[in-house]
Design a protein around this ligand. Structure first.
Ligand code: LLP
Length: 433
């Protein structure tokens, strides 16, 4: 494997080759974690998450800002607590994420509730909890929120998420800022939103928001979209609103292979002047940037085989554990933990699930390590465990947090019998037949 590709990826994850030639995360040998926990297991590096938060935070300098971590990327309570302790807020998209964020210790006022399809129950729960902002994504949602807020006698700070109609170059499934998609309120419908706000004192327009998509590598789309957001801000002010917050969304890209993502400092430099001129607090909602590089998934080779001229390693993790390669044809670097720098043969790394699309990586440069050998799949801190499922009646993996020379289980592997323990095999057994 080209060391040139691997070195920056290992550094991003806080991984290094130890004295015995195997991979360490911090000071913890990944082999030791796998032996104790079994595989597949997700392992997250606390130091990397803290460093990435600190770097992003510092990039904003004296500009008033609030980093609300997008819980959807990785909602493990230990990861959430770590980020809450760093001073982060939370960006949530469901009632479940609200409960998670509160359970992890995020103060309610540091939580922003985003999402296109919040139900009445979810909105009600957010009002009751007293979240910092509810970002609405349609005029209909704003109307419902007004009714709920009035019924509770609450005064609710809302953000309006606009659809800036800007295309970000990324996978089409994760580009969200273009007109005609389900996200955000189109700018030409804002008069209707203002009309709703004019009719109620239960809602206060406290934020204007946008989110352009995910895994964006350049500042360009933010620059274009911010100009639209600033026009909207000026217009809102003319109408007598005084938003205190500009939410510029998440989406900061990371390196999975050999990409050159924008440095956070360059991103902020490109948008700083526009933001500073508003006098608003800047809110951002990064998920992947903070946690993506900080995680690996450990998996073992179950069997090797040759077929149709291809070398195939069948591993014990599949698309139910890590969906991104199957769903987005996403590249995750794969490394042999005990021989990260050995010479390689092109290998298809596939899972045990009964689908042809169940692979972690095709034609990867991997050493011909035998069945039982341990592999680490990199870039597995974001949208990895979070998107896992029980497909094929497979238990979801264990999760571990590493901090320097310490490591701890932060979620046990699911037990197979628990997967169906609450099901009812014979629902009509008591009825006369
Ligand atoms: N804010 C909003 C409103 C979002 O919809 C998202 C992500 C974020 C923030 C965080 O974006 P990030 O900073 O993590 O890029 N499952 C896909 C990614 C889906 C992103 C959905 N929205 C993947 O695995 O690539």
């Amino acid at each position: 494997m080209g060391a040139g590709v691997l070195t920056p990826l290992l550094a991003d994850a806080g991984l290094a080759v130890g004295p015995a030639g195997d991979l360490l995360m911090g000071e913890v040998p990944l082999r030791v974690v796998a032996e104790a926990m079994g595989t597949p297991t997700y392992v997250y590096n606390a130091a990397v998450i803290r460093e990435r938060f600190a770097r992003l935070d510092a990039a904003f300098g004296a500009l008033p800002h609030r980093i609300c971590y997008a819980v959807k990327a990785n909602g493990n309570l230990a990861v959430l607590r770590l980020l809450a302790d760093c001073g982060a807020g939370a960006d949530i998209v469901s009632g479940g994420e609200l409960l998670r964020a509160l359970a992890a210790g995020f103060p309610a006022e540091r939580i922003v509730f985003s999402g296109v399809g919040k139900t009445d129950d979810e909105l009600q729960a957010a009002i009751t909890a007293g979240v910092g902002h509810i970002n609405v994504e349609s005029v209909a949602e704003l109307r419902r929120l007004a009714v709920l807020a009035e019924a509770q006698g609450a005064r609710v700070p809302v953000g309006i998420r606009i659809n800036p109609d800007v295309t970000a170059e990324t996978h089409p499934y994760i580009s969200t800022g273009k007109g005609g998609l389900k996200f955000g309120i189109p700018i030409d419908q804002l008069p209707d939103a203002y009309a709703v706000l004019d009719e109620t004192s239960a809602l206060v327009l406290d934020a204007l928001a946008m989110h352009l998509g995910s895994q964006i590598m350049q500042p360009t789309p933010w620059v274009a979209a911010l100009d639209r957001l600033l026009e909207v801000l000026a217009n809102a002010r003319r109408r007598g609103h005084a938003p205190t917050t500009l939410d510029i969304g998440g989406g900061i890209g990371i390196r999975y292979r050999d990409e050159a993502p924008m440095a956070p400092e360059d991103w902020v430099a490109a948008i700083h002047a526009r933001l500073a001129a508003t006098g608003c607090t800047v809110q951002l909602e990064p998920g992947r940037f903070l946690v993506g590089p900080a995680g690996v998934m450990l998996t073992r080779i179950v069997h090797r085989k040759h077929s149709g001229g291809r070398e195939i390693a069948i591993v014990d993790a599949g698309m139910n554990d890590l969906l991104r390669p199957s769903l987005y044809q996403a590249w995750h670097q794969i490394v042999a933990v005990d021989a990260p720098e050995a010479s390689t043969v092109p290998t298809d790394v596939v899972g045990p699930v009964c689908e042809t699309g169940d692979f972690l990586g095709l034609e990867r440069d991997l050493p011909e390590v035998p069945a039982g050998a341990l592999l680490a799949v990199l870039g597995a801190g974001a949208y990895a465990f979070a998107m896992s499922s029980n497909y094929n009646a497979r238990a979801r993996a264990a999760e571990v947090l590493v901090d320097g020379d310490r490591w701890a289980e932060v979620r046990p592997r699911e037990r197979l019998r628990d997967l169906f323990a609450s099901e009812t095999p014979d629902p009509f057994a008591d009825e006369a037949r």
